[in-house]
Design a protein around this ligand. Sequence first.
Ligand code: PEP
Length: 241
Amino acid sequence: MRPLIAGNWKMNGLTASSAALAHALRQGIGDLAPEMLVCPPATQIAAVATILDGSGIRVGGQDCHAQTQGAHTGEISAAMLMDVGASYVILGHSERRADQGETDALVRAKTEAAVAAGLIPIVCVGETEAQRLAGDHEAVVGAQIAGSLPPDFAGVIAYEPIWAIGTGRVPTIGDIASMHAFIRAQLVSLHPNGGGLRILYGGSVKPGNAAEILAVPDVGGALVGGASLVVDDFLAIARAA
Ligand code: PEP
């Protein structure tokens, strides 16, 4: 399976800057081998999807609601994301788990809603620094996987140690390898197709460390935050894959 290089633009981008970023990616992509995805803020998905149409770069959302429609002021359903050109959605990002109090059960419900609407979910898991220092990282991530994924899960997992997000700090290659092997084993034991699911690494992926991280067994791509807002950096990470 081709690696997936996914950019999470988070809450960054107005009309002009998002369009400029999308146009620059379209111009720069060439014949890059990995599958490429950008996840702009919801207000920019339609415009970015139009700019990237036919480029091979796919577009995704950063969240969706667990319900299909109704009285949920301010929320966006999975079908709404599909409707404006998204094919993926990031779910259970640590920033949402922390800021919005999203639980594993809610992430699972959103994952089911995303799949039902035809989106590919990217479900994020990862431990805090305190949990890693206490040696609890596998127990934490194992519980997140067990609680956040429906039994017939057919999507992407993103392992993102919370202490590595936006900090410039990354786990050792050995620690990334060991956690990805652990996640693979969990997926295989819980899901019939667990051996074939992509597991992304996320957390301070940059052009300078991408090749080494992406060469780790069971790392099937990267979820990139800050560096996805810099065209040259995002393309360099894709080239490293
Ligand atoms: C993220 O938020 O998903 C992320 C990986 O961010 P960064 O690359 O900036 O660490």
